[in-house]
Design a protein around this ligand. Structure first.
Ligand code: EPZ
Length: 431
């Protein structure tokens, strides 16, 4: 069992460079399926989820090689259009191969992802949108099967909810449809615009990505050519370091962070007493005193990201006063709170609200990482706790944070991994 042992008490200080964005890089890798030939995506974090996406692509007959933070994806030929359950169950985001596969091969068979710790996670908006583009869709034996033997056709799609994954999947399908597609009430997360940039570089015509109305003039699938693209910095990782600075009363410079992607979070941290400087190359967050309680609600972008919720809650667990958090995106994203309570946090949850009565200090205890961001919350709580906390199931952290121990140690944290980390295999070495 791999655990992280974190001794609390250090005020984190120094500079940490943020890695590329998991939630953009995964979609960039899937988008490479659209163009016959070798695409290269740079600034890809070496994390489990990106390796798993590489596995999914290899399963489709697409060789994937890593060189440092660059991933080379050779989509010259596809030998399969199926994403198997064994891979999809490990990483829900595999569902985003549905759109590009359908566009490229006219057919896709992807295992249904199912729910996880944070919610039921249906894909009805993906399916409904692809059907509007003319695909015939059915589910059978735990798979969603989509077919468009005569190609896709443009359509006006209004999403019931601005889903990130549905917006990306539909965008990656519509770029090869005949005619124009409009995605209304589209998600506006910065990762969407970064995916659209790659698609445009490949030869697609996409306008309005990052706004709630995206217009796509379809070009035949033959119009796509392989590209080189660098993934944007990870705003959720950036926010994790910012909250860690506040919780530990530290002083962290987050090199490479895009402050403009973090406005609401940095505003909340400033309300909690932090000094926030937007620098040329990133953001500096300093906290001199014990943080002050703040209320927050999570919403789709440009609202405060739901992925910041556990991270902020961990910091507010040691704040002066009572904070109220409201989770509006995922229906069961407070499950990790029991783990924080094991460390002495005073948090009550009721439906999608949580009341956090700040305590002077948490106390170390054995806890588990339930998912990527809940894991980050455990690390932040452990950094402020009295004693050494053991965090089990840290493979969840490895799924979303690159080089976490080294970065923490660079900032002065006392942290050690106990047991072998889940190895991120180099697909090239496997052959
Ligand atoms: C992406 O998930 C991110 N994952 C999540 O980050 C992030 O929390 C989420 O967007 C919201 O910002 C990746 O990009 C890989 P959604 P996604 O579709 O695309 C409902 C992390 O820790 N919905 O915007 O799955 C859904 O149930 C992860 O990095 C439907 O009802 O999120 C949820 O309540 C966790 N039907 C809401 O929309 C659908 O067809 C938001 O989901 C699709 C979604």
């Amino acid at each position: 069992m791999d655990r992280l042992l974190v001794t609390g008490g250090a005020r984190l200080a120094g500079t940490v460079r943020v890695s590329g964005a998991k939630n953009a890089a995964l979609k960039h890798m899937a988008a490479a399926l659209l163009a016959p030939g070798r695409s290269v995506v740079r600034n890809v974090p070496r994390i489990l989820d990106c390796t798993l996406m590489g596995r999914v692509l290899e399963h489709l007959g697409v060789p994937v090689t890593w060189e440092g933070d660059a991933v080379s994806i050779d989509a010259t030929t596809l030998t399969s259009t199926e994403a198997p359950y064994e891979l999809v169950r490990q990483m829900r985001a595999s569902i985003v191969v549905l759109g590009p596969l359908l566009a490229r091969a006219g057919r896709a068979r992807v295992a249904l992802p199912g729910g996880d710790e944070i919610g039921s996670r249906p894909i009805d908006l993906h399916v409904h949108g692809l059907a509007k583009l003319g695909a015939r869709i059915r589910t059978e034996h735990g798979f969603v099967v989509a077919e468009a033997p005569d190609g896709l056709r443009g359509a006006v799609i209004t999403l019931d909810y601005p889903s990130v994954g549905a917006t990306e999947n539909l965008m990656m399908a519509a770029v090869a449809a005949r005619g124009t597609t409009v995605i209304d009430n589209a998600a506006r997360e910065p990762e969407i615009a970064d995916v659209a940039d790659l698609l445009v570089a490949m030869g697609a015509r996409v306008a309005g990505a990052g706004t709630s109305t995206i217009e796509i003039d379809g070009v035949g699938v033959d119009a796509f050519h392989p590209v080189e693209h660098a993934t944007m910095p990870d705003r959720i990782e950036s926010g994790t370091w910012a909250a860690a600075a506040v919780a530990t009363r530290g002083d962290i410079t987050i090199a490479g962070a895009r402050a403009d992607h973090l406005d609401l979070l940095l505003g909340k941290l400033a309300d909690a007493g932090a000094t926030v400087d937007r620098t040329e190359d990133g953001v500096r967050v300093r906290q001199a005193e014990r943080p002050t309680a703040v209320d927050f609600v999570t919403l789709p972008y440009p609202g405060l990201a739901t992925d910041f919720q556990p991270i902020l809650m961990a910091a507010l667990a040691v704040a002066r006063g009572t904070s109220i958090a409201t989770e509006n995106v995922f229906e069961s994203r407070f499950l990790y709170v029991d783990e924080l309570r094991r460390m002495g946090a005073d948090i009550r949850t009721e439906g999608h609200h949580a009341v956090i009565r700040g305590v002077e200090r948490l106390s170390a205890a054995p806890v588990r990482a339930l998912d990527i961001r809940a894991g980050a919350a455990m690390v932040i709580a452990a950094l402020t706790a009295d004693g050494r906390t053991s965090i089990a199931d840290v493979h969840h952290l490895d799924r979303g944070y690159e080089d976490l121990e080294r970065k923490l140690t660079t900032l002065g944290a006392e942290v050690r991994r106990d047991g072998e980390p889940v190895v991120v295999p180099d697909p090239a070495a496997a052959r």
